[in-house]
Ligand binder design. Structure first.
Ligand code: FE2
Ligand code: FE2
Length: 165
């Protein structure tokens, strides 16, 4: 990992690592259960809670921050192509996520029928794969581009904005 000089990039990096950990846990739970877990299954409930909370943080907050406050700065710095690629990935991930969220909530209300569990597994694993590859791309391309684009004052303002947003 490169040395990150900016608070904004360090923060993104920390959140990416936390997201990967949660995603890994979710993936394991999906793979480990051949049938839908019972709604009362404590382990499953914990995974669902962590996953939905993680999605709220990673998708709603983190994606929005990247799109609204960071990608425009990349555009301005000549890295518009990266910004557009990452934005497209956000769109696709948001779509998968909304279906996954619905099924996760349903799985806590009743034991899912076999076909729905298979659907949740399939979409859940798609979410996992897409997020892993997205995070990897951002670690390799977004963070260095931001390090290059952000001045110290701008960095300071951004991290304050993110903390209060
Ligand atoms: Fe992103
Ligand atoms: Fe990100």
């Amino acid at each position: 990992m490169m040395n990150l000089e900016r608070q904004t990039t360090r923060r993104l990096h920390e959140e990416h690592m936390a997201a990967l950990e949660l995603i890994g846990r979710f993936e394991q739970a999906l793979v480990a259960n051949r049938e839908a877990p019972a709604p009362g299954d404590a382990e499953w409930r914990a995974v669902v809670r962590a996953t939905t909370a993680g999605i709220a943080g990673e998708i709603d907050r983190h994606f929005d921050f990247e799109e609204q406050s960071l990608f425009p700065r990349l555009e301005a710095n000549g890295d518009g192509q990266i910004a557009r690629l990452l934005t497209d990935e956000h769109v696709v991930i948001r779509q998968v996520v909304s279906d996954v969220m619905d099924l996760l909530h349903a799985s806590l209300a009743e034991r899912l029928p076999a076909t729905e569990w298979q659907t949740l597994k399939m979409l859940g694993l798609e979410y996992v794969e897409r997020m892993k590859s997205h995070v990897q791309k951002e670690e390799m391309a977004l963070l260095p581009a931001l390090e290059d684009a952000l001045g110290e004052d701008e960095d300071e303002a951004l991290i304050l904005e993110y903390a209060s947003g």
